[in-house]
Design a protein. Sequence first.
Length: 321
Amino acid sequence: MDIVISVNERYLMPAGVMLCSLFENNKEDQIIIHALLGEGGNHCVKPLEELATRYHQTIRFYSMKDVRTEDFPVGLPFQESFITKEAYFRLFVMDVLPQNLEKVLYLDVDMVICDSIRELWNTDVSDVAVCAVPDCFHQDIHETNRIGYEVGLGIFNSGVLLINLNYWRDHDVMKEFVAYAKEAKDHLKYHDQDVLNYVFRRCKRELPIRFNLQTIHMYYDRFRYLHFRLIEEVKEAFLHPVIIHYTGPEKPWYRNAYHPLKDYFEKYRQMTPWKDVPLKRLHIPLKSRLRNLLVCIRRRDLHFHASYFDPFFRYYQRDSF
């Protein structure tokens, strides 16, 4: 299995935890990690190499310092502040990776792998550009209007991407990526995800949610508006996850962040060299604190950080925290 990740010095520890969980749950498979190195990438090489060696797996590193990301904006007022330019590295995989590779699985590093991904890897991609899991805004007309296509085509999350490299090369999709990014720069809210959804809006295949259970899937306000089929998938994925994706700013590597499935991250962190590294505290703006408090009071549930989540997920593992 050829797995691609993007990593910088800031996300080194989460990347190590994700790779540890991947190796732990896929010991029977030969895995080659292709690590795209961003800012401070030289500091990531040794610890990730040692981790891969411990599991008798292979990791290869690719410097991205010469990759031109100027056409893909970050840091705009309406974009998430915690997302860096490394998010766009996945758009360059067909140019950076060896030309003999026909398909790769791209994984964000803010996730843990809880089971074998062999079924995911074996998914047929021969007639599509990409396979991915529906995003929480899957059928949100406001989001599809912003991106620029009809709602029925749906929206996928770019954190888990099974990529058909042959398709990407044959259709020279980089030109389309750049063209859309320039055209949509004033409303490119979700970075690479917006680009990929627009360009591949008619040549994608949907994957089960268990392969990319996103935090916001479980939020009270999003869960209530999901299609009934996806609601059942989210519940099943929560109970039997394969990949947990800690989307949003409240990551599990902050000691004061809440997530119903945070224990999974901590389980694998304890198997890494970062097990004794003190967790930092997430700064939550006063405005957000007051908004959360009002929500808690309205729902008569003062479990402060849990207020975002639907009761089905809030109460299920409450005792473990």
